[in-house]
Design a protein around this ligand. Structure first.
Ligand SMILES: [Zn+2]
Length: 347
């Protein structure tokens, strides 16, 4: 399976934080041919390993399987659904979105209702409507009908976005943060046929609400080196100031120097930069972005694990549809493979 095909399938799957099952099943299927062991831990992380030399270092790759979304918190008398946000979502991007409510009886299509422009006054037109004032309309005539359709408090809601190809090598889809990391991890495991290191490829849960899965996965794996594979903000769109988000689409994978949760270990930073240079992989450096990744928790596991991050710049992450350049993802795979091959020389 090609990287683009895995990315398409993973992006179209639902994996709102805490409900990563669908993504985990796909990851299991796609990783199976390339790993020696595969298991799910008690909280739902997918832990797979490709064994190398017994005495060689252990490296943990982590890509989170969850995506930001919504959760139903109340069904109103007239059948409208109130919700809470799961993960960092800007209230302004929710209005008028088509969404999927995932119920035990199956998925339901709905729309985040909005007041038509015809009946808005001037003040209303300028106002941002906060998420707790918004509602999802699934076409139910009242609460009873919504319940009959299967809706319960706690059902998760994902954006209704289908993967699409845009211009040259550009794709659009939901949840590229972090399905692109998942797709890169699968492709890297495929290419790592003969390797010294013991390579763990871990699909983590609940990253978007506080890096929870990685915390317990790293404890189990006990790696010597940790590398998180993720998506980062591409700052190459109108309205983003120079220096606000330095990464650009099409300029190669991003190596994080520091973010809100990690100062990349100097040995890992050197490993990633040298591996990129040796293989003529164009890369970008990033620092100062206010997010964090699974690498923050891997780094602080047990006695400490030198860790770093390789990410793909994507526009509009944490919204219904992001855009990325497949060439950046391909180069990220090459960088992961090159770095893992170099690890025994350094660690
Ligand atoms: Zn992420």
């Amino acid at each position: 399976m090609k990287l683009i095909e895995a990315l398409e399938k993973l992006s179209n799957a639902n994996g709102v934080t805490g409900r990563e099952d669908e993504v985990r099943e796909l990851m299991k299927k796609y990783l199976k041919p390339y790993v020696d062991e595969i298991r799910e831990d008690r909280l739902g992380n997918l832990i797979t390993v490709k064994k190398g030399n017994k005495d060689a270092p252990t490296v943990m790759l982590a890509a989170h399987m969850d995506e930001v979304g919504l959760m139903i918190k109340n069904i109103k008398k007239k059948g409208f659904l109130q919700f809470t946000k799961i993960g960092g979502i800007d209230d302004r991007i929710l209005l008028a979105q088509t969404v999927i409510v995932h119920t035990d009886k199956g998925p339901l299509t709905g729309v985040v209702g909005s007041k038509p422009v015809h009946i808005q006054n001037e003040a209303e037109k300028k106002k941002v409507i906060e998420a707790d004032k918004l509602f999802i309309d699934i076409g139910a005539k009242d609460k009873e009908e919504a319940e009959k359709m299967g809706v319960q408090v706690g059902d998760v809601v994902s954006f209704d976005t289908k993967f699409a190809r845009l211009g040259n090598n550009i794709v659009l889809g939901k949840a590229f943060d972090d399905r692109v990391g998942c797709a890169i991890m699968i492709e890297a495991m495929k290419r790592l046929q003969k390797v010294d290191c013991n390579v763990y490829a871990v699909g983590t849960i609940q990253e978007e609400v506080g890096l929870r899965g990685a915390t317990i996965a790293a404890f189990q794996v006990e790696p010597d080196v940790g590398i998180a594979l993720d998506a980062t903000v591409a700052g190459d769109t109108p309205g983003v100031g120079e220096g606000e988000a330095p990464a650009k689409m099409g300029e190669g994978p991003v190596v994080t120097v520091a973010d809100a949760g990690l100062i990349t270990h100097p040995k890992v930073l050197r490993l990633l930069i040298d591996s990129a240079k040796q293989n003529k992989i164009h890369y970008q450096l990033e620092t100062g972005i206010r997010g964090s990744t699974d690498a923050s928790r891997i780094a602080l596991s047990r006695e400490g694990v030198p860790s770093g991050i390789i990410s793909v710049p994507a526009r509009y992450i944490h919204s219904p549809a992001a855009i990325l350049n497949l060439d950046d993802a391909e180069k990220a795979v090459q960088l992961v493979v090159a770095a893992i091959e170099n690890i025994p020389k350094i660690f």
